[in-house]
Ligand binder design. Structure first.
Ligand SMILES: Nc1ncnc2c1ncn2[C@@H]1O[C@H](COP(=O)(O)OP(=O)(O)OP(=O)(O)O)[C@@H](O)[C@H]1O
Ligand SMILES: [Mg+2]
Length: 269
């Protein structure tokens, strides 16, 4: 998807503390519709907390989150999901005893909060259309992520790399406008990393999906390769923002990664 000038997600002056731990200290940024916007930073920098503030799992003490111009700061996570914000989790949020297909369906239902009661409100034509629409999305996700062969397999029995793919499938089942990805490459082998990076590009670029991506990742090679813009956090503060080459050579970023600095200079593919 071509990057537009339209601001889709706006985060303003977020402060989030847990007791004495100040996890975020006045973080602000904007994500444009169509972007792959990456957030990097050392362990404990506040990346996951920031995603939790965007999707409503955490309520920051201060600050505002807007989506397509509307203040969504007071909405619950399921309401933000209904608006089109979906996410994956650093620690997978899957039903390990259920099949891949059931996980995709359950994920959608839980986040949309459409349980038995609201399901029973659907009947006749509406119900049929809803089911057809759901089946259509499922089909597309399964094709996109190449998980046809495991769709009836129990998730807990799958290798970790495939579980990460199911986690992405679950998040896509909401047919999101923005997807927040928390370390989708962590723990994957080289081949799996390449596959996952391609899936993220497909979700962003393919006409069918055209999803804005907010990517939290430690794999600097992939981040610098696929992102339109990158923001760096350290100790809860924004220390840099810009294009991948700009952020790579930012002295604050190099200093924050001291000891890991060589990772920043992985050759772009
Ligand atoms: N629920 C919580 N209660 C208390 N402290 C928390 C909570 N969640 C996060 N923190 C603290 O907030 C800080 C930021 O944590 P966060 O998980 O956002 O880091 P991160 O940048 O995602 O790191 P990593 O790269 O290791 O995932 C850390 O000091 C962490 O211990
Ligand atoms: Mg994290």
């Amino acid at each position: 998807m071509a990057v537009t000038n339209e601001v889709q997600l706006k985060v303003e002056n977020i402060h989030m503390a847990f007791g004495g731990v100040q996890a975020l200290l006045g973080v602000s940024f904007e994500v444009k519709k169509g972007e792959i916007f990456s957030i990097i930073g050392p362990n404990g920098a506040g990346k996951t907390v920031l995603l939790n503030c965007i999707n409503g799992l955490y309520t920051p003490q201060k600050g505002k989150v807007s989506f397509e111009g509307e203040d969504i700061s007071r909405l619950k996570p399921y309401q933000r999901a209904q608006w089109g914000i979906s996410r994956t989790f650093q620690k997978l949020e899957l039903f390990r005893g259920a099949t891949v297909l059931d996980n995709i369906r359950l994920g959608r239902h839980i986040h949309m909060k459409s349980g038995l009661l609201s399901c029973s409100l659907y009947f006749g034509k509406t119900a049929r259309e809803e089911i057809e629409h759901r089946d259509f999305i499922e089909r597309e996700i399964i094709d996109l992520l190449e998980i046809e062969h495991i769709r009836h397999k129990v998730v807990g029995m799958l290798p970790y790399g495939l579980q990460k793919r199911v986690e992405l499938a679950r998040a896509l089942a909401l047919n999101p406008k923005v997807i927040l990805l928390d370390e989708p490459l962590a723990g994957l082998n080289l081949e799996e990393v390449e596959d996952m990076a391609r899936f993220i590009l497909d979700i962003n670029e393919e006409e069918r999906w055209q999803t804005t991506c907010v990517l939290v990742e430690h794999d600097m090679g992939v981040v610098m390769d696929i992102s339109h813009r990158v923001m760096a956090l350290n100790f809860g503060e924004k220390i840099a923002e810009g294009t991948p080459p700009e952020v790579q050579k930012n002295p604050n970023v190099i200093k924050a990664y001291l000891g890991e600095a060589e990772d920043l200079y992985v050759t772009r593919r």
